[in-house]
Design a protein. Structure first.
Length: 564
């Protein structure tokens, strides 16, 4: 039995003797006819057809009862699709729910039978597939070509496939994926063995953002290296090229297609100019010793600071912020537990050497004047942007603000205090893992530096507030912080020490150094000047091996160290 899906040519429509319909009976060039009326399966045999074939194929016909009448071959004048092209590709015009529609008929590559149809009404947005069940679809036009060849062009629309075919006289294979840009990779993966049989597979996707994103997605297809190439067009897509009368441009694009690699793969030649540049120091810390140990700070990195309550981690961040402002950088201050007014006073105080956030004494000389405060605040104009969170500590919001400040104000140095405030209290560990992953990615993407403070868990033994040593495992979410941070620092101070100098000396400890690993375990001792509100290095301070008194071996490796 010849079915309407066979490769014989449609001749015309006739009245059906079976159901009495006016024109549902389709007549074909070899004499057979089939009624597409709903529920009617009237059939007339074609030349040389046997009863056995009719019986055998009648069963398979029932599987296609969701297909619409194939209709008549029809070019598309406004789209510059010729009758010849429509005939080659089986592009027809039919009726669907009382509306005239264009039909792209998908045929099985082996049997050549129609197994699905994409229907295009007047509105392109209402395009849909019809056919038996959820059967996987071939590539549109796959049945037209041999299973091997030199060049195969792949596009993301049926109209584009016919346009490319028409432009080059239907000589070279071209197919389209069924579901557009979003489904391109999945569709090609389903036919990867067939694609592999061609010497070159040329992606000629739309030149808009969606099409080019699909190109990038398909570059990782597991084809033989060098087989996949990408064509570029001066217009949006092949059909626009055809309508503009630029068939030659389509052919030029095919032959000019270039081999591509997935993003992230480069050769030594690609990066030679960067490799041979002199290695430069990063931007400095306010602590000169720390700059020497770390070779400065580099763009795209994140730095973690942890300490117990009241040790001075926020104060350290604020002084580093002041230092960057004095170096001419515009910084972003995201303090989630401190209002912008207080942060501004503290930063201005660091710059002026005045503790503006502390009230003047009721008697005696004032610590600072309003004029001094105003002068210091003038120095912050255009150099610092604060985030007033209004109680909002959601990472998605904070991330959006960082991206906005980087894009619109050119800010490249950020201070975030603190990480733990953004964690989901119901699932703290996993939420911190996700935040850290995204934060590190954001720093790389925007080429910025992010310093952040993290709270610590309660350690076994001596508390951090009494000088207990900070370790990587004490950071809340330590696994992810340790993995994504380029440097991790801990602050320690025994606030209750009997020795006054010891109680006022902070140990700044390098817990992790991803850059060289050489700074890990190094310490810097800092003092605090209450007259200026500033931290300073104490290079001559001798702790007298107090770490041994605390039960630690100063040369013992930290078991939590992450050396990469």
């Amino acid at each position: 039995m010849h079915t309407p899906e066979d490769d014989s040519e449609f001749v015309g429509k006739e009245p059906c003797p079976g159901c009495g319909s006016r024109d549902n009976l389709a007549r074909y060039s070899d004499g057979h006819a089939y009624c597409f009326g709903m529920g009617c399966e009237y059939y007339e045999k074609g030349d040389g057809e046997t009863i056995e074939q009719t019986t055998q194929d009648a069963k398979s016909q029932k599987k296609s009862d969701k297909l619409i009448p194939i209709g008549e071959t029809s070019g598309w004048r406004s789209r510059k699709i010729t009758e010849e092209t429509a005939k080659k590709w089986g592009f027809t015009r039919s009726e669907f729910k009382g509306e005239t529609v264009r039909v792209f008929n998908y045929r099985d590559p082996d049997t050549k039978q129609i197994i699905a149809q994409k229907i295009r009404p007047r509105s392109k947005r209402d395009m849909r597939f019809v056919g038996p069940g959820k059967r996987s679809k071939p590539l549109f036009g796959q049945h037209l070509w041999r299973d091997s060849g030199k060049k195969l062009v792949v596009v993301t629309g049926e109209m584009d496939a016919m346009s490319v075919s028409q432009a080059q006289g239907h000589k070279w294979p071209v197919v389209s994926v069924p579901n557009g840009d979003d489904g391109a990779k999945k569709a090609l993966m389903a036919h990867i063995d067939w694609l592999e049989r061609f010497e070159e597979v040329i992606l000629m996707f739309d030149m808009d953002d969606s099409g080019q994103a699909a190109v990038q997605d398909c570059l990782s297809l597991p084809l033989t290296p060098g087989k996949l190439k990408v064509a570029s067009l001066p217009e949006k897509d092949p059909n626009e090229m055809l309508m503009a009368g630029n068939s030659k441009g389509i052919i030029d694009a095919i032959w000019g297609a270039k081999e591509q690699r997935p993003d992230g793969l480069v050769s030594i030649d690609d990066i030679m100019s960067e490799v041979t540049k002199p290695v430069e120091w990063g931007i400095p810390w306010f602590l000169q010793t720390l700059t020497n140990l770390t070779y400065g700070r580099r763009w795209g990195e994140v730095y973690a600071i942890g300490a117990g309550t009241g040790i001075g981690k926020t104060d350290l961040m604020t002084q580093q912020m002041m230092f960057d402002i004095e170096q001419g950088h515009h910084v972003g201050a995201i303090y989630l537990e401190q209002k912008p007014v207080e942060t501004a006073k503290r930063v201005a105080g660091k710059m002026a050497g005045k503790m503006f956030h502390v009230p003047n004494p009721k008697e005696g000389d004032p610590l600072w004047t309003k004029e001094e405060l105003l002068d210091a605040c003038e120095g912050l104009k255009g150099k610092v942007t604060f985030y007033d969170n209004f109680g909002q500590t959601d990472w998605e919001i904070v991330k959006g603000h960082i991206r906005f400040m980087a894009a619109t104000q050119g800010i490249r140095i950020f201070y975030l205090d603190h990480l733990t405030a953004m964690a989901d209290t119901a699932n703290e560990r996993e939420s911190i893992e996700q935040i850290m992953k995204e934060m590190a990615g954001l720093a790389q993407e925007l080429d910025i530096i992010i310093h952040f403070v993290s709270h610590l868990t309660t350690p076994e033994g001596k508390p951090h507030e009494e000088g207990g040593r900070v370790m990587i495992r004490h950071f809340k979410g330590s696994r992810s912080i340790g993995f994504w941070s380029f440097f991790m620092f801990g602050l320690e101070r025994d606030q209750h020490a009997e020795d006054e100098e010891e109680s006022k000396t902070t140990t700044f400890r390098v817990l992790k150094d991803r850059y060289t690993g050489q700074a890990t375990g190094e310490v810097i001792y800092m003092g605090f000047d209450p007259a200026t509100g500033r931290l300073f290095e104490k290079p001559d301070y001798d702790p007298n091996q107090k770490e041994n008194d605390h039960g630690f071996d100063p040369i013992d490796d930290d078991a939590d160290e992450i050396p990469f």
